[in-house]
Ligand binder design. Structure first.
Ligand code: Q9C
Ligand code: ZN
Length: 638
């Protein structure tokens, strides 16, 4: 399935007819040059080209008031003076006699794109439009925007295609306050926007662009604002925002469709944004979004005023939509301090509403007394032996008991140490950050011997010593002293060490284990294929897979390895993120993406109709293959 490119030449007709330095940047060349560049690179030709149609007035009415639509209809007959006078009633707006036609085409293009994706004609696509849409409101034009193209498309996807969860990612550098207002109280639309904010000193100067605007009523937690308080944000900041804010929430929300308010004024060179992200960054961001909603990504152009930067970024996004592997990112890969502060702030503001943000930030520190002196495994739960499993009688009680159990599990604190390394002498020269702890200890000798015995590769002293450190580190992580760690082992012992680590992890306290093996490493033969271990091998070429829990994918670039289609073919879709067989904290949560702890949100809803959509291979999106009964996975392995 391909990529749609929706466009109509008529959208270049509207232009500024008088002098206005603020508005002159929104010019017809934005579209012509971007399209020309797509042609030059042969990208336009690879897309399914669709001619944009006008949105009907009824469709505009999904978002806008009839009076506002009528007012816009009337602008077609106005003279320049009248147009200028009317424009002056709005903030950063110019009207042209062709504005109404263009704006209807822009909204219509977004609708066509959504229709093409949701009918399965294409996998994804981009609508190249102007005027942009995300600032426009029910009865107001604003910030070059006349009709809210993306908002209309989202309403249409709900109404005409019966969707229940739509994610809107607004990576334009301005806050799409129009989209925010329209879906403020709507839990079926998760709206994420990052924007230049500078503590409120950047246009449109709104308090509601800050992190504490999280939505209202039922929609509480479905508005996510990430304000940038400094200019100069770059690739690292954008990727960090995706990894630490957007994607955790998006996975939890589990959208059926992703709409991108794709403004490229967030790219380097743009006079509005003053940011540093390079065009390739948008390929990466696009690729990250393709893991959601079975890859159904509809992007609609918003801003972007540096013609060269805009065109390059558009090309990068289209390439990613087409499935080409993105170019590597350049520039500093450490986020700015100010960016981390913003990320921290939005995570804190959203934490009450999203499971995936809980328990990680600002959790109480594990008291040393709960750790056993030898560093051997201490009781699984903080209360240790005092922890009482509730006695269960009826099924209803079982549910209550289970959620209380889960509540206790959720309180399990964040380890006081973030990262430890267990290295052998060989690697001791490695330069590590100062807050990384060097872990010197080993697992008890007897235990190690027992684990190492079946493996010839572990007979050697060096390998054996390394194993001891690996196991000790693993135990430290499993019993909550450390969050993460890095260990080294001599190459010939790698497979055996990994085998022992997996077996030990599973036999101790890991409920489910993800093993990512980079390089030519085969899955341990005796690993049970019971769904507790997901083995992902990234290697030179695709290797035979035993089951859906055994995935082998070629290195990106070698065989289009990052293609989500590969994953779908293996039975893994974004929905598999919810397999949830074991007691994770979210079991009692409705799968509507409704946030927790929102007083207005009402009782835990059962409102989660099955998705009307199917994946590329024809399977419906929702069923979760391989999930186990809770009772089954609660039983510790013998
Ligand atoms: N120098 C879009 O990107 N002017 N609209 C701001 C600050 C308004 C931007 C002035 C910018 C509107 C879709
Ligand atoms: Zn913008």
């Amino acid at each position: 399935m391909g990529t749609a490119l929706v466009y109509h030449e008529d959208m270049t007709a509207a232009r500024l007819l008088w002098d206005d330095p603020e508005c002159e940047i929104e010019c017809p060349e934005r579209l012509t040059i971007a399209l020309e560049r797509l042609r030059q690179r042969g990208l336009e030709q690879r897309c399914l080209r669709l001619a944009a149609r006008e949105a009907s007035e009824e469709e505009l009415g999904l978002v806008h008031s009839p009076e506002y639509v009528a007012l816009l209809r009337g602008t077609q007959a106005l003279g320049t003076g009248e147009l200028q006078a009317l424009s002056g009633q709005y903030d950063a707006i110019y009207f042209h006699p062709s504005t109404f036609h263009c704006a209807r085409l822009a909204a219509g293009a977004a609708l066509q794109l959504v229709d093409a994706v949701l009918t399965g004609a294409v996998q994804n696509g981009l609508a190249l439009v102007r005027p942009p849409g995300h600032h426009s409101q029910r009865a107001a034009a604003n910030g070059f925007c006349v009709f809210n193209n993306v908002a209309i498309a989202a309403k249409h996807a709900k109404q005409k295609h019966g969707l229940h969860r739509i994610l809107i990612v607004d990576w334009d550098i301005h806050h799409g306050q129009g989209i925010q207002y329209i879906f403020e109280d709507d839990p079926s639309v998760l709206y994420f926007s990052w924007h230049r904010y500078e503590h409120g000193r950047f246009w449109p100067y709104l308090q509601e662009s800050d992190t504490d605007a999280v939505g209202q009523g039922q929609g509480c937690g479905f508005t996510v604002n990430l304000p940038w308080n400094q200019v100069g944000m770059g690739n690292a900041d954008y990727v960090a925002a995706f990894l630490h804010v957007l994607l955790p929430l998006a996975f939890e929300f589990d959208p059926e469709l992703v709409l991108v308010a794709a403004g490229f004024d967030s790219a380097v060179g743009d006079p509005e944004g003053q940011m540093q992200a390079t065009p390739e960054c948008f390929a990466h961001l696009t690729q990250l979004l393709q893991v959601l909603a079975c890859g159904r990504v509809c992007a609609v152009l918003e801003g972007g005023y540096h013609l060269e930067s805009l065109s390059q970024s558009v090309c990068m996004m289209v390439q990613a939509l087409l499935g080409d592997p993105p170019l590597p990112l350049s520039g500093p890969m450490e986020p700015h301090r100010s960016a981390l502060e913003s990320i921290q702030s939005v995570r804190a503001a959203q934490a009450p509403h999203w499971m995936s943000l809980q328990q990680q930030d600002a959790a109480p520190v594990l008291s040393p007394s709960t750790r056993s002196p030898e560093g051997s495994i201490s009781p699984l739960l903080p209360g240790g032996p005092e922890f009482k499993a509730p006695v269960v009688q009826t099924e209803a009680q079982a549910v209550v008991a289970l959620s209380s159990l889960l509540d206790q599990l959720r309180l399990y604190p964040t380890p006081p140490l973030r990262t430890a390394v267990a290295l052998t002498e060989l690697d001791a020269a490695l330069v590590l950050p100062p807050d990384v702890l060097h872990w010197e200890r080993s697992a008890p000798q007897k235990e190690m011997q027992a684990w190492a015995r079946p493996h010839e590769a572990l007979a050697q002293d060096k390998s054996f010593n390394a194993l001891g450190k690996v196991l000790y580190l693993l135990d430290s992580i499993l019993d909550g002293q450390v969050s993460s760690g890095i260990a080294a082992t001599p190459a010939p012992a790698a497979a055996a060490t990994l085998d022992v680590a997996i077996q030990r992890g599973l036999s101790h306290r890991a409920q489910r284990l993800l093993c990512v093996a980079v390089g030519q490493l085969d899955r341990p033969l005796d690993l049970a294929d019971d769904g507790r271990t997901l083995w992902l091998n990234i290697r030179g070429k695709e290797a035979a897979a035993l089951s859906m829990f055994h995935v082998s994918t070629p290195l990106p670039g070698l065989l289009k390895g990052c293609d989500p289609v590969t994953w779908r073919r293996l039975g893994w879709t974004s929905q598999n993120g919810h397999r949830d067989p074991a007691p994770r904290a979210g079991v009692n949560r409705p799968r509507t993406g409704r946030p927790r702890q929102c007083p207005e949100a009402g009782p835990a809803s059962t409102r989660r109709p099955e998705s009307p959509l199917a994946c590329a291979d024809g399977r419906p999106c929702s069923p979760r293959p391989g999930s186990k009964q809770l009772s089954e996975s609660l039983t510790p392995p013998s």
